[in-house]
Structures are given as structure tokens and as C-alpha cells.
Design a protein around this ligand. Structure first.
Ligand code: HEC
Ligand code: HEC
Ligand code: HEC
Ligand code: HEC
Ligand code: HEC
Length: 253
């Protein structure tokens, strides 16, 4: 049987199979891309065991996100704070320690409290990627992608809600045009930041130092360009060699 067909037909068959498979994948992908509901989870705002207010803690009190979400730069997962973190400020004799709103905290931490259980506070998870999709916080946060791109103005929310769709097309829209989002890494948790806040001289000095090109040349090359997020982002993209993946296997292992 093996000699009935010339050898090239075997490879031809494989090629046809691959082409057909790739085509099917494309059709499926395009269909899904266009049909994925963009706003399915937007607005989801579950009630939490403690009415924790980000607009107070991260807004008015200006606490950095990483004080509580402390692994976000190192880990794929952004952790929620342990009750001990709240206890640092809301422990006995400190801020509002007798507030009825903080009863679940006392149940977790205060051995002298009649309702003490020692159980962690059961926060309701709001943002969640399905198991078949892979997502990594540190890969984004360390590449100058701010929390605000994917979670909105958390620092202005009295109650956290799902602000962005986080659908596959949402991920890919940015992966195609990352210059619209990239900012200096030290501004990632400064949600109100905009390119206008950046000193142009300092930015060109930074580019010059990292790229070895004279700052004046870099500045002259941009003379016709408007100072904008896209301009800043495009420089950072080139400098850092940022190239977000678009192939299926990057997000679907
Ligand atoms: C004082 C501690 C604290 C600080 C500071 C803080 N958070 Fe939170 N964060 C929490 C707690 C507690 C929750 C869970 C309760 C809730 O959803 O409000 C939470 C929830 C969240 C969620 C939703 C989690 C989910 O289930 O999907 C996001 C997103 C988030 N925080 C982002 C931020 C960002 C961005 C900042 C900085 C601007 C920030 N947080 C600052 C304590 C904090
Ligand atoms: C760095 C200190 C600090 C930390 C850490 C902190 N808080 Fe607060 N919290 C405050 C301050 C200050 C207020 C405002 C108190 C006031 O209104 O006088 C406050 C107010 C509150 C209130 C409102 C209480 C009331 O009765 O009005 C709640 C609820 C609360 N925090 C929950 C939490 C939780 C949950 C955590 C941990 C995730 C936490 N806080 C972490 C400082 C902190
Ligand atoms: C590129 C998009 C993106 C950026 C940037 C981003 N996040 Fe997220 N975040 C997500 C996605 C997607 C999820 C759901 C993840 C999952 O299921 O593991 C999530 C989940 C979370 C959660 C909930 C984790 C849990 O298990 O309850 C917290 C808290 C959070 N993010 C905080 C932050 C903070 C703080 C920053 C900035 C320092 C940030 N995120 C930046 C996309 C992002
Ligand atoms: C606002 C822009 C933006 C959004 C939104 C975004 N990404 Fe990214 N993503 C990036 C950038 C920038 C990189 C870094 C690329 C590099 O280092 O070359 C990246 C890298 C990645 C990588 C490769 C690094 C790794 O972790 O293996 C994966 C996978 C990824 N993103 C998945 C996702 C998923 C899933 C979503 C949606 C939930 C998403 N991204 C949303 C900008 C974004
Ligand atoms: C940048 C990351 C990323 C890339 C690249 C990517 N996907 Fe996805 N994909 C996701 C995320 C995140 C979800 C989950 C979306 C949600 O929760 O709504 C998803 C969901 C899906 C689904 C489930 C249906 C749906 O939309 O909810 C299919 C099927 C799928 N992707 C196929 C593909 C194929 C085929 C490719 C290659 C052409 C691809 N994906 C490339 C991130 C990605």
C-alpha cells in the first residue's frame, strides 16, 4: 500500500489538513471575536461582607494599590489583603475600631470579640477570567500597563464594580495598539495619570539615557508631532521592545 501513491501525496495530505484546520480556526475565531458580548459582566457590583470604600482608602487617603494588593507586580495573580492589613489601622483603640461595619473584621481578628471565629473575611470575587484563558498581572504591570486600563477608576469607586468588559476582543484591541496604554512603570498605580503630567524634558532625558541617542535628536525628530499618549506610548514600546502576543496559544495554553 505504501508505494501506491508517490511520497509527496503524504505531505500534500498533511498540508491540506493544516490549511483546512487553520481556516476553520480562523472562521471560529472571527465569529467569536465579533459575537463575544462586550458588556456581559460590565456593571457587576456584588455586596461585600464589609462595605470597603476604595474612593476613601485609595482616593482620599491616597493609599497605594500595592499596600493591599501586594503581589500584583510579582505574581500572575493580584491578591486581596489579609485581614491583618485592615487590622493595622482598625485594630483595638485605633481608627473606627467599634464600627458595626467592621464586625466581620473583628470576627476574623479580635479574640475578645463575642463573635470571634478566626475565619478570613469572605470577599466576593468580581473579576475572573475563565479557566481556559491565561492571564498574568505582573506581565502587564511591569510593562507600564496601568490598573485603570482594565479596572477603571477604582480610586473613585465607593463600591468596586466590573468597569471594563475584559472580553477577548478587549484584550486584543490593546495587544494590537499597546501605544495607547503604555506609561512609565512608576505611574502604573497612579490611576489619574495622563501623558500631559509628564515633563517632556525629563522624558527625553530618560529615552536618551536608555537608548544612547542624544536627547536633542530625539526631540527634534518629534518636532511635528503633538505631545500625546500615543507619542509617549510609541516611544516606550520601541524602547522596551513591547510586542503583546496575538496568537491563540499565548492566552489559550
Ligand atoms: C486598604 C486596602 C486596599 C487598597 C489600598 C486598595 N484595595 Fe483594591 N481591594 C481591597 C479589598 C479589601 C477588596 C475586596 C473588596 C472590594 O471589592 O471592595 C479590593 C478589591 C479590588 C478589586 C476587585 C477584586 C475582584 O474581586 O475582582 C480591584 C480590581 C481592586 N481592588 C483594585 C485596586 C486598585 C487599582 C487600587 C489602587 C488604586 C486598590 N485596589 C487599592 C483592598 C484595597
Ligand atoms: C492606613 C490605615 C487604614 C487601613 C490599612 C485600612 N483603613 Fe479603613 N479607614 C481608615 C480611615 C482613616 C478611615 C476613615 C475613618 C473616619 O471616617 O474617621 C477608614 C474607614 C473605614 C471604614 C468606614 C468605617 C465607618 O464606620 O465609617 C471601613 C468599613 C473600613 N475603613 C474598612 C477597611 C478594611 C476592610 C480595610 C482592609 C482591607 C481597611 N479599612 C484598611 C484607615 C485605614
Ligand atoms: C491588562 C489588564 C489588567 C491590568 C493592567 C490589571 N488587572 Fe487586575 N485583573 C485583570 C483580570 C483579567 C482579572 C481577573 C483575573 C483572574 O481571573 O485571575 C483581574 C483581577 C484582579 C483582582 C482580583 C483578584 C481576585 O482573585 O479576587 C484584583 C484585586 C486586581 N485585579 C487588582 C489589580 C491592580 C491593583 C492592578 C494594577 C496594579 C491591576 N489589577 C491591573 C486584568 C488586569
Ligand atoms: C491596555 C493594554 C492591554 C490589555 C487590555 C491586555 N494586555 Fe496583555 N499585554 C499587554 C502588554 C503591553 C504586554 C507585554 C508585551 C511584551 O512584554 O512584549 C502584554 C502581554 C500579555 C501576554 C504575554 C505575557 C504573558 O503573560 O505570558 C499575555 C498572555 C497577555 N498579555 C494576555 C492578556 C489577556 C488575556 C488580556 C485580557 C484579559 C490582556 N492581555 C489584556 C497589554 C495589554
Ligand atoms: C490576548 C489574549 C487572547 C488571545 C491572543 C486569544 N484569546 Fe481567545 N480568549 C481570551 C480571553 C480572555 C477569553 C475569555 C473572554 C471572556 O471571559 O469573555 C477568550 C475566549 C475565547 C473563546 C471562548 C468564547 C468567548 O469568546 O468567550 C474562544 C473559542 C477563543 N477565545 C478562541 C481563540 C482563538 C481561536 C484565538 C486565536 C485566533 C484566540 N482565542 C486568541 C484571550 C485571548
Amino acid at each position: 500500500m505504501g508505494n501506491l501513491f508517490p511520497r509527496w501525496t503524504n505531505t500534500l495530505a498533511i498540508k491540506i489538513a493544516i490549511c483546512a484546520g487553520a481556516l476553520a480556526t480562523c472562521v471560529v475565531a472571527v465569529a467569536w471575536y465579533s459575537w463575544t458580548p462586550k458588556h456581559t459582566r460590565v456593571g457587576y457590583m456584588p455586596q461585600q461582607p464589609i462595605p470597603f470604600d476604595h474612593s476613601l482608602h485609595a482616593g482620599k487617603l491616597a493609599m497605594d494599590c500595592r499596600y493591599c494588593h501586594s503581589f500584583v507586580e510579582e505574581s500572575s495573580h493580584s491578591n486581596l489583603p489579609a485581614a491583618q492589613v485592615c487590622w493595622n489601622c482598625h485594630g483595638p483603640g485605633k481608627v473606627k475600631s467599634d464600627s458595626p461595619k467592621l464586625e466581620p473584621l473583628r470576627a476574623a481578628m479580635d479574640e475578645n470579640y463575642e463573635g470571634y471565629t478566626g475565619d478570613p473575611i469572605e470577599w466576593v470575587q468580581i473579576h475572573e477570567t475563565p479557566d481556559y484563558a491565561y492571564f498574568n498581572h505582573s506581565a502587564h504591570v511591569n510593562r507600564g500597563v496601568s490598573c485603570v486600563e482594565c479596572h477603571g477608576r477604582i480610586d473613585q469607586m465607593p463600591v468596586v464594580y466590573h468597569a471594563k468588559s475584559l472580553s477577548m476582543s478587549f484584550c486584543l484591541d490593546c495587544h494590537r495598539n499597546p501605544e495607547k496604554a503604555l506609561r512609565p512603570v512608576d505611574q502604573v498605580t497612579n490611576l489619574g495619570w495622563s501623558a500631559e503630567d509628564l515633563s517632556q524634558d525629563e522624558f527625553y532625558a530618560y529615552l536618551a539615557e536608555k537608548s544612547g541617542k542624544p536627547a536633542d535628536d530625539l526631540k527634534a525628530a518629534d518636532a511635528d508631532e503633538e505631545w500625546s499618549q500615543e507619542l509617549v506610548g510609541a516611544h516606550l514600546q520601541r524602547l522596551w521592545g513591547v510586542n503583546p502576543p496575538q496568537q491563540c496559544a499565548a492566552c489559550h495554553h
